[in-house]
Design a protein around this ligand. Structure first.
Ligand code: SF4
Length: 462
């Protein structure tokens, strides 16, 4: 079934607006997080947050992987020594849970839980169960809570998948990236087709309510034709949602990317063509384009939320549970409350040391000003729902007049409006189908923290 994709492709405009801009998974961006943010700040923030009585979204980070995918941009620990690394990690993670959880009002219920990594299925079944039980000791889950995890299909079998489902996980995601063997070899992630289809069969027969996959475009040796074949196979695989990530080639920051020759990467024009083809082919396969980089079937709750203009986004991606506050546990993880972001230590030694010293293992964070909260809301509305209703924002934040308050930003947006990226109406800002692919550039107008940088801390907008 073909769906109508409310997005249009203009390669000249995409080239014109090709700048390094934050992805706005947080606002202010993570580059603004500071080590001056202290444990006392975090404790105060949790106490303030309890007064909001919002539901909880919990995240648990398992940082280990058995082998390194050469494209990887995560802060991951590569080792096959599971017996050596997992027991101490869980011991420290449990201590963090025991230390943070009593600070959170016990009456607050969980409507979202996610385990990410690294590779959560690096843990064996008893280890998974022990972490699961530790979480259950401290939190009460809502009946319809979304309980998800990421897995690597290379280390999966049917019993393990059934076990995850029986425990209570109801959503699962795995990385496909690309079906092509040459690409898989170049990125050091060899997943034969049968392995991927078997994994999907097990997840379906286990009764997972949602199975999501990740793809990456712009990888070495990818071209339009090979990736078209990948997309055909993805449609056959029939996931509920697809995340399509843009490969960011940053060899200075991620040295493993030096393992493939720069000439093997698709040129910018081909990469754009791959992106366009993917949007078109997935539309033919019945997938709607969601937000900036996701796809879902029209009856999926993400697609319905986008249609209704109530889609939201947090560190874990797009969500239909806007009201929940995200508490994250484990090395490197980021919590996102109403008025703060706080990140745990990225380095395992420092994470362990903080816990040994009876501290919370936080490394840096930022307290949002009322201005930041207002601008974060605007950026989120633009990036998720492609529309900004001025009066709704003015009412929510007690602004006398939206147009007067944001006169400078509206003036700057005129140039983007002249290029057809958006329409400036009396009562709203509406992003056009062409502007959807450049929504980061539009959101950037409201960002008071980020000067345009020449450095490579942010990826290109497409
Ligand atoms: S499985 Fe994920 S986190 Fe681990 S190396 Fe591969 S891309 Fe990185």
């Amino acid at each position: 079934m073909q769906v109508e994709q409310k997005v249009a492709f203009d390669s000249d405009l995409i080239k014109k607006y090709d700048k390094a801009i934050p992805r706005y998974t947080s606002y202010p961006p993570a580059t603004e997080f500071s080590t001056e943010f202290t444990e006392a700040d975090y404790r105060e923030a949790i106490a303030r947050n309890n007064l909001r009585q919002a539901p909880l979204s919990l995240y648990f980070h398992i940082p280990f992987c058995e082998t390194l995918c050469y494209y990887c941009g995560c802060n991951t620990i590569i080792t096959k020594l599971k017996e050596k690394v997992v027991p101490p990690y869980l011991k420290y993670l449990f201590t963090e849970i025991e230390r943070v959880s009593p600070l959170i009002d016990r009456n607050r219920t969980v409507n979202q839980l996610h385990w990410g990594g690294g590779t959560p299925n690096y843990l064996n079944a008893p280890q998974v169960e022990s972490l699961w039980n530790k979480i259950q000791e401290h939190y009460t889950f809502e009946d319809n809570a979304e309980i998800s995890l990421e897995v690597n299909p290379e280390h999966l079998d049917k019993n393990y998948v059934l076990f995850l489902r029986s425990l209570g996980f109801n959503r699962i995601s795995f990385g496909v990236q690309d079906f092509n063997p040459k690409v898989q070899e170049a990125i050091n992630r060899v997943q034969p087709e049968k392995m991927l289809f078997d994994a999907m069969d097990w997840m379906r027969s286990a009764g997972f309510e949602g199975v999501n996959i990740d793809l990456i475009y712009g990888l070495p040796y990818q071209n339009l034709e090979t990736f078209r074949e990948t997309i055909q196979k993805v449609i056959k695989l029939n996931p509920d949602r697809i995340a399509l990530f843009n490969f960011a080639y940053l060899p200075t920051l991620r040295p493993a990317q030096k393992k493939f020759p720069i000439e093997s990467l698709p040129q910018p024009a081909e990469k754009l063509a791959i992106f366009q083809m993917t949007i078109e082919e997935l539309a033919k396969g019945g997938y709607l384009f969601i937000g900036m980089d996701h796809f879902a079937k029209p009856d999926d709750e993400l697609a319905i939320a986008q249609e209704k203009g109530v889609l939201h986004r947090n560190f874990q991606g797009y969500t239909t549970k806007p009201e929940s506050e995200l508490f994250a546990f484990g090395v490197t993880s980021v919590s996102m409350l109403h008025d703060i972001y706080v990140q745990n230590h990225k380095n395992l030694k420092e994470y362990y040391q903080a816990i040994d010293e009876n501290r919370l293992p936080i490394a840096r964070g930022v307290k949002l000003t009322p201005q930041d909260i207002l601008r974060r809301d605007i950026i989120k509305e633009l990036m998720c729902n492609f529309k900004l209703k001025k009066q709704a924002i003015a009412d929510k934040y007690n602004l006398d007049n939206f147009d007067r308050y944001f006169a400078t930003e509206l003036e700057q947006l005129k140039t983007l409006a002249d290029d057809g990226l958006l329409t400036l109406k009396a009562d709203e800002i509406e992003i056009s189908p062409i502007g959807r692919l450049l929504v980061r550039n539009i959101a950037y107008t409201f960002d008071t923290h980020t000067p345009l940088r020449k450095d490579q801390r942010f990826s290109r907008s497409i």
